[in-house]
Design a protein around this ligand. Structure first.
Ligand SMILES: CCCC(=O)SCCNC(=O)CCNC(=O)[C@H](O)C(C)(C)COP(=O)(O)OP(=O)(O)OC[C@H]1O[C@@H](n2cnc3c(N)ncnc32)[C@H](O)[C@@H]1OP(=O)(O)O
Length: 297
């Protein structure tokens, strides 16, 4: 009895520890007024963020606003947050592909919304709202891939950096056009870009608003592979399947230890790794492998 109580308490504490990092970056304490900005974002409606979750544990998130090259309206920003929260609770999930409708990725935030939300307060709230969402996306316990067809501009380029991997089709382009708009990234794209390509190349991409085609992206380590244009979504599935084959709890644990290593100072990452190791040690997949005397020839 005492043992099971203690075990329950330990598991709750462990669960809390593991969950801590999935919380958002900004709250009231940082002057973030989430409800206020959501009310304003609701005024700029159009398009949708569609999520399909397959039985094999792979989800597909579609940015769906092709009339304006899948630009993010206010309601799409809210829907992205809702979909990410749904994915955080997807027990059987293993991977996620993010792409845009009609062979275009995303042309950034909807310029009509940007114009209307031009006050300093609205700008800060929108920035914190999107940073919260994209940070949670980055921390999902799923292996995430951005499939870039056509253009990924401004906020669209920032979204690609919140994914673990980027796959591009011929003729596609990632471009941090913020300088041309008198801006710098605000959805976390600059900080993540430095982590992906290093500070020198990241500075060149931002300060030159350079066009990054698939070949340059491969060279910089910004993209993993160039896929054929026709059937690219199927090809992205095939690419992702190489890494999602196996039990969901093990794939999710793999993503969590890597996410901890990516974000945390070494000692904190090591402690987190220990906690996550504890969730799979003696688990069904581990016991099955031991029983089967699995060999790795
Ligand atoms: C912190 C976030 C920072 C940001 O994301 S700021 C936004 C950065 N993005 C931009 O400035 C994109 C501006 N648009 C463009 O450069 C071009 O439209 C683009 C995407 C290269 C496509 O060029 P084309 O293929 O020639 O097509 P087009 O210009 O005729 O565009 C088709 C229709 O889409 C519209 N559109 C494209 N991007 C948009 C956006 N972000 N917000 C609102 N509307 C946008 C464009 O105005 C056009 O509409 P319409 O047919 O003229 O009614």
């Amino acid at each position: 009895m005492a043992f099971s109580l203690w075990k329950g308490l330990f598991q709750t504490t462990k669960g809390r520890l593991l969950q801590q990092r999935s919380l958002s970056l900004y709250s009231h304490a940082h002057g973030f007024e989430e409800e206020e900005i959501k009310k304003k974002l609701q005024l700029y409606a159009g398009g949708s963020i569609d999520l399909s979750k397959a039985d094999n544990g792979i989800g597909v998130l579609t940015l769906n606003n092709p009339r304006v090259m899948n630009a993010f309206t206010g309601t799409m920003m809210i829907e992205l947050q809702e979909r990410v929260l749904e994915l955080e609770n997807w027990k059987d999930g293993k991977g996620l592909i993010i792409h845009g409708a009609e062979n275009s990725f995303c042309s950034g935030s909807d310029l009509n919304a940007v114009r209307a939300l031009s006050s300093a307060q609205d700008g800060m709230n929108m920035c914190m709202f999107m940073q919260n969402t994209l940070t949670r996306l980055m921390r999902l316990p799923l292996i995430t891939v951005a499939l870039i067809q056509g253009k990924a501009l401004g906020g669209g380029s920032e979204l690609t950096t919140a994914c673990d991997f980027r796959l591009m089709t011929p003729g596609s382009e990632i471009r941090f056009v913020h300088k041309q708009m008198g801006l710098v990234p605000g959805w976390g794209g600059a900080s993540r870009l430095v982590q992906i390509v290093g500070s020198g190349p990241a500075l060149k991409l931002l300060s030159g608003a350079l066009r990054v085609n698939p070949e340059i992206a491969l060279h910089l380590g910004l993209a993993e592979e160039i896929l054929c244009t026709s059937g690219s979504l199927e090809a992205a599935h095939t690419w992702l399947n190489q890494y999602t084959n196996g039990p969901a709890e093990v794939i999710q644990a793999a993503k969590k230890v890597i996410a901890a290593g990516r974000e945390l100072p070494l000692e904190a990452a090591l402690r987190t790794e220990k906690e996550i190791f504890g969730t799979v040690w003696g688990g069904p997949a581990n016991l099955k492998a031991l029983t089967q005397r699995t060999k790795h020839k």
